[in-house]
Write a protein that binds this ligand. Structure first.
Ligand SMILES: *Cc1c(COP(=O)(O)O)cnc(C)c1O
Length: 436
């Protein structure tokens, strides 16, 4: 068997995929810039940055060169009792870009584990400081990852259903807006005494379908949490590193969190790595002659030198004037296209934050994650050489920053054409299989 599709089917179990009904996985043999190439030589524009991770395009030569050099120098070393230049430099460089209260960096392997570490810091903070605080606040529809702690603080959904009884209790509140902010404060105020922390995706709830809310009201809620001594975990796993048009969602806010989580774009999408940063106040609560106050958490590959090197290279590229200009340009072009889309009769709820653009296909069919529309749209765009991955009827673009105006226009044009096609058919061709 030489056929990659067949060999894959024989041995691999894919993420978020119903393996019974899913079509063949597309064998990708090469990536370059905004494009991925399959084994037939067909190229695809990666309009979702390969699950929101790729910042500067695929197989970026500068990142590749830096990682190659590091690979020949030091590929891995235990991070308990040892350290190395890439980890120290990455921590120094990252902290310089974050709100000034962020003072320490804790390394993990991905977004979910960055969230796990953050939650454990908050819960143990209460334990170490002798406070009886057990409640956790999160937003409805939140997504913070797939490990048990991260699932627990995520909105209950079809994804978490089989594990419902095993998830710890979390109080879910609405995202803030002009109408509900006062009642939210009352609700949070009532729980403040017992609340260890509040975890939130700032400005954009990604996996929920790119739901967006305003910085102004998050600031107000954060200010209230601060006044009631509720620790704040700002999950920037998705919003970090330029996605929202600024370096971090934090740059849209005036209030500052106690803890921040990063992953996805951290290494430019080159290698898996997670980071949890925290304030001096959190860190100091773990300093003690009492061994039981230690943060007992760590992963085999903590601060892997290759991943740190990829992150350093990616951040260097990100801070270049031309990259910052590209982020501005993409934001502007998205915003213009959003104007066109919002006048389209088949489209609703067009929304945009920086380089993230999302809209919904109007339909009277069930709009849940499992509806057919997502699958039909996915196949249609794939055929046109564009990787889009609708969440139900929510279509979104999260392109790498190296995408050109022409490439963006190609995607926009195809979106309009696909909308035309489906309008002329009046309804979607229904397939038996749902794609998850
Ligand atoms: C993707 C995501 C996570 C989980 O990250 P993984 O690396 O997939 O474990 C956590 N939080 C947010 C906001 C995310 O978008």
């Amino acid at each position: 068997m030489n056929n990659l599709k067949e060999r894959d089917k024989a041995v691999n179990w894919h993420p978020y995929t119903q393996m019974k009904t899913a079509g063949d996985a597309v064998p990708i043999v090469k990536g370059k810039g905004v494009y991925l190439y399959d084994d037939d030589g067909k190229k695809y524009i990666d309009a979702v940055s390969s699950w929101w991770v790729t910042l500067h395009g695929h197989a970026h030569p500068y990142i590749a060169e830096c990682v190659f050099q590091q690979l020949n120098t030091l590929e891995q070393v235990i991070f308990a009792g040892f350290t190395h230049e890439p980890a120290v430099r990455l921590s120094e460089n990252l902290l310089k870009l974050l709100p000034e209260n962020q003072k320490k960096v804790f390394y993990t392997d991905n977004g979910s584990t960055a969230v796990e570490a953050a939650l454990k810091m908050c819960i143990q903070y209460a334990y170490n400081t002798g406070k009886e605080k057990t409640k956790i606040l999160a937003f409805k529809n939140a997504y913070h990852g797939d490990t048990f702690g991260a699932m627990s603080v995520s909105g209950r959904s079809v994804w978490t259903k089989p594990f419902g009884s095993m998830l710890f209790e979390v109080v879910f509140i609405d995202t803030p807006n002009a109408e509900n902010i006062e009642s939210l404060k009352l609700q949070v105020g009532d729980l403040a005494e017992e609340t260890a922390c509040f975890i939130y995706e700032p400005l954009v709830q990604g996996a929920a379908g790119m739901l967006m809310y305003e910085a102004e009201y998050l600031d107000e809620l954060m200010k209230f949490c601060r006044s009631r001594e509720i620790l704040m975990i700002q999950d920037e796993v998705f919003t970090g590193f330029g996605r929202t048009g600024k370096l971090f969602a934090a740059n849209h806010l005036t209030e500052i969190p106690d803890i921040m989580c990063f992953s996805k774009g951290l290494t430019g999408g080159t290698m898996p790595m997670g980071i949890t940063t925290c304030s001096e106040q959190i860190f100091n609560a773990f300093l003690s002659d009492d061994k039981y106050k230690t943060l007992f958490h760590g992963h085999s590959f903590t601060a892997n030198p290759l991943a740190c090197t990829a992150a350093l290279a990616s951040m260097e590229l990100l801070l270049k004037e031309e990259t910052l200009a590209a982020i501005k340009r993409i934001s502007r072009e998205h915003s213009e296209f959003a104007g066109i889309l919002s006048k389209h009769p088949d489209v609703e709820n067009v929304r945009q934050t920086g380089t993230i653009l999302a809209f919904e296909y109007k339909t009277d069919q069930n709009t849940s994650y499992f509806n057919h529309i997502g699958k039909v749209l996915y196949d249609e765009f794939l055929q046109r050489g564009i990787i889009m991955r609708p969440l139900g009827n929510v279509m979104y673009l999260v392109p790498p920053y190296c995408i050109t105006t022409e490439e963006l226009n190609f995607i926009y044009q195809n979106i309009l054409e696909v909308l035309e096609t489906f309008e002329s058919q009046r309804s979607f061709p229904i397939h038996a299989a749902d794609r998850t």
